[in-house]
Ligand binder design. Structure first.
Ligand code: AHR
Length: 317
């Protein structure tokens, strides 16, 4: 090889390698977040912001305050700003096709995180990076079935209607419950994933059931609704965690504190520190790794009083 050819070959190799290891500091990423409705959501936003800072990514962060129209507006403004990638944590599963087509037409890759979309055209987003909400519901259902010894009435605090987190958790729990015909859901209502919503719904359950008479367990689609429900039960002179068992999802520090004080029993942990996992996929995609599974799964697991102190310590609580 002549020295000129050798030099050219080396230069082409270097360019190819650089293309595969895209520099984070050169990236502008738009992130449309659901809102700040729960402690889990706030921790997840922090993870996304902290990691962007650590990586030198220019993050355009938009909090949709649980309003679907704000979320669509944010995505359209990321498109007009010509960001390198768009990350969406969708509030509800429906209504995404049009804006995803607009991002595709602008050649901007989209990554769906946390909740799901019902879009059938797989070319409209690269992949979803998220926990298995159905599994979370099944883990909660299995714990409930065991704790109730296969028998008892329960009440359900549902998350945001139309969100994947509420729908898949509900389906997962119901699948296990179907194996135990003596476990019956007597009340079920949405508290919109908020502490206040959970409190208000539980107050109405308490009124409608003569003080939760014959109710053995509360199943809440997230910890914050349960935290509100615990407050309502205590104000009504009831003993959550003892007379009324509890199971929920998220694993936020306050729920472990409730377990340690005997007011809550079990929670399925949804990891919130997933900023690094998400940006790793985005950076690799932009660097040339285009083949991703449709769903990159983040693991979830169940915690009880048995490991509450240990988990709380790990979370710095
Ligand atoms: O989508 C995940 C859910 O959204 C969390 O479980 C809940 O706390 C949040 O509001």
């Amino acid at each position: 090889m002549s020295s000129l050819k050798y030099l050219l070959g080396a230069a082409v190799g270097a360019v190819a390698l650089a293309a595969l290891t895209v520099s984070a500091s050169a990236l502008t990423v738009g992130f449309s977040q659901v809102g700040h409705e729960s402690d889990w959501r706030t921790a997840f936003s922090k993870s996304m912001q902290d990691e962007a800072k650590a990586e030198g990514i220019d993050l355009k962060f938009s909090d949709a305050n649980q309003k679907e129209e704000d979320q669509l507006k944010a995505v359209r403004s990321f498109i007009s700003e010509k960001v390198d990638a768009i990350i969406i944590a969708p509030i509800v599963v429906t209504g995404w096709d049009q804006v995803l087509k607009e991002a595709k037409a602008a050649n901007i890759p989209v990554f769906v995180v946390d909740r799901d979309v019902d879009t059938k055209d797989t070319s409209l987003f690269v992949c979803r990076i998220a926990a298995d909400f159905n599994l979370e519901g099944r883990l909660a259902g299995a714990w409930a079935a065991q704790a109730l010894k296969g028998k008892g009435n329960i009440v359900e605090l549902v998350g945001t209607v139309g969100s994947a987190a509420a729908e898949y958790r509900r389906t997962g729990f119901a699948a296990v419950q179907a194996l135990f015909p003596l476990i019956k859901t007597v009340k079920s209502q949405s508290g919109d994933f908020t502490t206040q919503g959970g409190k208000e719904v539980m107050e109405s359950f308490i009124k409608a059931t003569d003080g939760l008479k014959d109710i053995k367990l509360v199943w809440a689609h997230n910890d914050n609704m349960l935290l509100g429900a615990i407050q309502a039960m205590k104000e009504a002179g009831l003993k959550p965690g003892k007379d009324i068992l509890t199971v929920s999802v998220d694993g936020v520090p306050d729920i472990f504190k409730m377990m340690l004080s005997g007011d809550a029993n079990a929670s399925v942990e949804l990891r919130s520190d997933i900023g690094p996992d998400i940006y790793a996929v985005v950076k690799a995609y932009l660097g040339g790794k285009k083949d991703w599974p449709r769903w990159v799964v983040i693991p979830s697991d169940l915690h009880t009083i048995a490991d509450a102190a240990e988990v709380l310590k790990k979370k710095g609580g």
